[in-house]
Design a protein around this ligand. Structure first.
Ligand code: FAD
Ligand code: SIN
Length: 529
């Protein structure tokens, strides 16, 4: 079937939903989402959203904290734009219905997290993402002009390639006409034609074996953009959150929010149970994430333990239970009373700082194709994202793209687009091959492309990923599409990009640490054109 719309948004997290609401009074909007509307990384966000709201705070301080965390690779104009537009977009989010915690006097309750010099994190207890997603979903569902198509899996972008034209990476006139999407209930691939397409498909945590991300985070948008030959940047910067609950084999790993360290919880060695962050950074447990995750990795290796402790037992019980109810309950289910017991934690893949490269308007290198949220690379995060700047970036860039689309109407498409071609492909029952390859990629990435990297490990990873790639592509040529096969291809594409970018960066900076190049060398972005 062929669907036509003006603006087609893939993804229903904070970026996709906020954009749809900002645009719907001006443009016909369709949202495609691969499972149900609420499922997203957004829904699981804990700590909150950063914004300058207190009198003590200033844009300059938030800008400086972002730049410091980004370790010399942030794009300064992007940082200013996001920090300065942040508070008004957050107010719009509150007008849409998101409720953040307040002090008894009615002012916003602002928490502090790693790398922030001030209290500036708006939050809804320790389940901020669930509140944001709730408010946005409710507003989208009530908007008569937004069409939401759940369980539609975006597979590939439509460009001149589908009109029979040969396109290589150097060609700068690529245009996007829509995308092909797999309807999960019927397994049919439909054609979606749109004046503009926005990728808001989130991150790629599932490239790694241990991640805080839900299973939907398989880098689909980034992989689609790569196949369409869009510019992708800085994929080596994979952010490992320092404190995921230690529960081997559990996916996703349950996050223990950084706000708990902001409240005073202290990291302690797994064996000696002594604080250790004083050996690594003057900001102790509240240093930026790259530093804390590396310190934990090094402590675990030195003491031979599989985890370190997070000690919150000195924080008054009432405050712990009231401010972190979800974490308190979740840990209690596992037999841990966080008011009395220390919490075993390990770093886990959490956030991808790189992605589809965009300009100041959220435009990608492909005409009529935009990207926002975690799948995009705007230049905000540089080599390491500052905590709680992600929801903020999604909101601000969704707002920017909406403004751009409103003021730059595009003529409807003249070309006729061919249907998806799956002739000569078969149904398969060889699911085990797909799931084994998926696990293999995750293990390769965790074993060789984790917090500490080296040339030898990256080479080994690349060779193995290449083999799995070839095997999977031949599978893809022969069999009908399934979401599992699509996700496997996308995870392989993201793994390839991460390793490739890591190989190109001959220095240690931010989240990319390699034993072969310990020093910083050059402040350049890795752009995969
Ligand atoms: P997402 O919210 O991930 O949404 C992506 C959407 O795209 C989903 O609806 C998905 O189903 C859909 N999709 C994906 N692929 C396809 C496809 N092929 N076809 C159709 N639809 C598709 N950030 C903060 O700023 N503060 C925090 O406190 C915080 N806490 C976090 C805690 C956890 C446990 C996690 C996992 C992340 C946290 N983050 C936090 C990061 C933040 O939540 C995400 O970066 C942000 O929510 C991303 O929003 P998004 O809209 O870009 O993507
Ligand atoms: C957290 O709550 O620690 C996560 C915050 C973030 O990822 O920005």
């Amino acid at each position: 079937m062929v669907y036509k719309t003006e603006t087609l948004i893939a993804g229903s997290g904070v970026a996709g939903l906020f954009l749809a609401l900002k645009l719907a009074d001006f443009s016909e909007v369709t949202i495609l989402t691969k499972t149900d509307i609420s499922e997203s990384n957004t829904r699981y966000a804990q700590g909150g959203i950063a914004g300058v709201f207190s009198d003590q705070d200033s844009f300059d301080k938030h800008i400086q904290d972002t730049l410091t965390a980004g370790d010399g690779l942030c794009e300064i104009e992007t940082v200013k734009r996001v920090v300065q537009q942040g508070p008004s977009r957050i107010r719009e989010l509150m007008e849409i219905g998101a409720r953040f915690d307040r002090q008894p006097d009615g002012t916003l309750s602002l928490a502090r997290e790693g790398g922030h010099s001030e209290h500036r994190i708006l939050h809804a207890h320790d389940a901020t993402g669930a509140e944001i997603e709730r408010a946005l979903v409710e507003a989208v569902r009530n908007h008569p002009k937004i069409k939401v198509m759940e369980h539609f899996f975006a597979v590939d972008l439509i460009t001149q390639h589908h009109l029979g034209m040969y396109i290589n990476r150097g060609f700068d006139g690529i245009e996007c006409y829509g995308l092909y999407a797999l309807e999960l209930s019927t397994r049919e691939v439909h054609t979606f034609i749109a004046s503009q397409v926005v990728l808001a498909t989130g991150g790629a945590g599932n490239v790694y074996a241990n991640t805080t991300n839900p299973s939907i985070a398989t880098g689909d948008g980034i992989a689609m953009a790569l196949r369409a030959k869009a510019r992708i940047a800085n994929m080596e910067f994979c952010q490992f959150h320092p404190t995921a609950l230690y529960e081997p084999g559990t996916r996703p790993a349950f996050l223990i929010t950084e706000a708990l360290r902001g409240k005073g919880a202290v990291l302690k060695n797994g064996w000696s149970k002594e604080p250790f962050m004083q050996k690594y950074d003057a900001r102790l447990s509240l240093a930026p994430r790259d530093i804390v995750a590396r310190a934990i990795d090094s402590e675990m290796k030195a003491s031979g333990t599989d985890f370190v402790w997070l000690d919150a037992t000195h924080i008054p019980e009432k405050e712990l239970r009231e401010e972190f109810p979800m974490i308190y309950e979740k840990c209690l289910e596992k037999g841990l009373d966080i008011t009395k017991d220390m919490i075993p934690v390990v770093p886990a893949m959490h956030y991808l700082c790189g992605g589809i490269d965009t300009d100041a308007q959220g435009r990608t290198s492909i005409r009529n194709l935009f990207a926002c949220g975690e799948c995009s690379h705007t230049g905000l995060h540089g080599a390491n994202r500052l905590a709680s700047n992600s929801l903020l970036e999604g909101l601000v860039y969704a707002g920017i793209i909406a403004e751009f689309i409103k003021t730059h109407p595009i003529k409807p498409l003249q070309h006729s687009i061919p249907d998806w071609n799956d002739q000569n492909t078969l149904n398969t029952d060889e699911w085990v091959l797909i799931s084994h390859n998926f696990k293999e990629v995750q293990n390769i990435m965790s074993n060789y492309v984790g917090i500490v990297r080296s040339n030898a490990r990256l080479e080994r990873a690349m060779r193995r990923i290449h083999l799995i790639y070839e095997e999977t592509e031949s599978f893809y040529q022969r069999y009908k599409l399934s979401p599992e096969l699509c996700e496997l291809r996308n995870v392989i594409a993201c793994a390839y990009l991460i390793v490739k970018c890591a190989q190109i960066r001959k220095e240690s900076r931010g989240l990319h640490f390699t034993t072969d190049y310990l020093e910083k060398r050059e402040q350049v972005w890795n752009t995969f054109v």
